[in-house]
Design a protein around this ligand. Structure first.
Ligand SMILES: [Zn+2]
Length: 167
């Protein structure tokens, strides 16, 4: 069932795919077994490897509901979503051993469908210390940073093994 507030049209939570949403489209592909980046389905979302690996082992957790903000989610779902986010973060950390794992809950570029980004950061991985978004889109989305099928398999296997231990 969709939950759309008539008092405040900005409050939108959809549990059916929303046309034009990049995250919903990716989830549909995942459900159809057509997402090579898919790692594992959890109760409230999907763990996937990032399309571009300028930051090696960059991973994401996509919310199953098309919702813009945490506080728009039904409370039990939200609590579980946050638990599973923390669990995914721990698995990414253990699998890839960064100096620091950075988390971000974003969605503005994807029809506002919130999703967690996990960036494993290493000392000196940017010209000056700071968030990944200081790099240009040309660098972040350089096709050279697309993982090879072998690299993708390695990342998926490692992350899945750590998730398995934590679930
Ligand atoms: Zn969506």
């Amino acid at each position: 069932m969709d939950h759309i507030s008539h008092e405040n049209p900005r409050i939108q939570v959809h549990d059916k795919p929303v046309a034009g949403c990049g995250v919903c489209r990716r989830i549909e592909q995942t459900r159809q077994g057509q997402n090579p980046y898919f790692v594992r389905e959890l109760e409230t979302g999907y763990v996937v490897i990032g399309d571009y690996q300028r930051f090696p082992d960059y991973s994401l957790f996509l919310c199953k509901e098309h919702a813009t903000e945490l506080h728009f989610l039904e409370k039990n779902f939200r609590d579980r979503f946050l638990q599973e986010m923390a669990l995914t973060a721990e698995a990414v950390y253990k699998a890839f051993q960064p100096d620091k794992l950075n988390y971000e809950l974003l969605g503005s570029g994807n029809d506002k469908h919130m999703h967690w980004h996990f960036f494993p950061r290493k000392e000196g991985d940017t010209p000056s210390p700071g968030p990944v978004w200081r790099l240009s889109p040309a660098e972040l989305y350089d096709p050279a940073f697309r993982p090879s099928p072998d690299e993708l398999e390695r990342m998926k296997r490692k992350l899945n093994a750590e998730l398995e231990k934590l679930l």
